[in-house]
Design a protein around this ligand. Sequence first.
Ligand code: HGY
Ligand code: MN
Ligand code: MN
Length: 430
Amino acid sequence: MNLALEQEEAVSADSFPKASAANIERMLRNLNHFNSTPEFGTTRVLFTEPEVAAREYIKREMKQLGLKIREDAAGNIFGTYEGTEPVLAPVWTGSHIDTVLNAGMFDGMSGVVAGLEAVRLFEEAGLRPRRSVVVVVYTSEEPTRFGLGCLGSRALAGKLGAAEAKELKDKDGNSLYDVLKSLGFPVEHFDEVPVRRGDVKAAVELHIDQTGELERADKTLGVVKTICAPSVYDFKVTGRQSHAGGTSMARRRDAFMASAEMALAAERLTKESLGKDDYATATIGRVNVIPGAVNVIPGEADFSLDVRDASFEHKKELTQKILAEFEEIAKKREVTLDSKMYNDDHPMPCQDDIQKKLVEAAEETGISYIKTISGAFHDSMLVGEFAPVGMLFVPSRDGISHSPQEWTDFADIAAGTDVLARALFALADE
Ligand code: HGY
Ligand code: MN
Ligand code: MN
């Protein structure tokens, strides 16, 4: 009996080992030690000391699994479990290990750890699929340091080259390019980072659902149909700074009040845009009022805007309406409005065949699931530019994420890993 048939027998005879919640917990808790705000949640910002140390930790776990480790010029980490026919296009799984400020310990990390645990299951069962399976840590999915998300997957998709990396600056004026170079990444090979369509057969990412939808539906897993995409802007409103007591209400050009009216307009227009099955959101997450004194009318107000939708067309329509109303408000209040767009990403559909394999694996293992969409963006949104993608969600308790209160049961991540491992094996053995 040839090996492949034997393996087929092995996998279908349900001898597939069960993922270990204890091993998943061990890796997640180890990862969580690399944290710059242990007094309040988890903060692991790209290429700060804790994030660099976390990268080294993950590479130690990859080494222990016997994976072949490679890093590219954008800092993406690849741990390869070689298949019997390694010349074939591999199957990827993975996520991110960087966080927003004062985050939880599951957003991103669950997907990296589940990928490592899935490979451990292959080893434990003596299974080696035809194609290699690669566990990927994508550089900086969060926009925390450079204002733009998905830096590593954006570079892999050919949408962030050396020139853009030199342009992207953090709050201290360091460019992504210089930071990569200072850490010894081969930035001279930045142009070799992009992946050609066809070079990766499929990519499947496990992630927490960050909505509470699974918990409300009393299901363990979510098979994602579409990943929503953001358009992210920074706005600067300039009015006239003056005395809070000496300036009558009629003579004011109050930058904060103008920005407040703009914020409420963005909220109203987004709510009005919601049809029966649309998924649109608008968020103003960062506001700065200058000079910020109790008795001074603000001369300047800066704020961010993050607009998302599952449809690029809908997002475009909504964003245009919001920007037009911002201009009207600025004119009416005699303030000026400057804007900077960071990104205008495309929603990413998950491939039907990958969804089907995830559903089959869930049904085979008797783990409950629903089909869902992702309001959050993920690296898979960019990876889908060069490879078919799929995503598998596990429940976030009370739908809380990007917060120290973020929690997912390790047993749920293990259940998700059981399904992920089977789907990865089915894809890698094709
Ligand atoms: O913002 C997001 O959707 C992702 O969590 N970075
Ligand atoms: Mn996040
Ligand atoms: Mn994430």
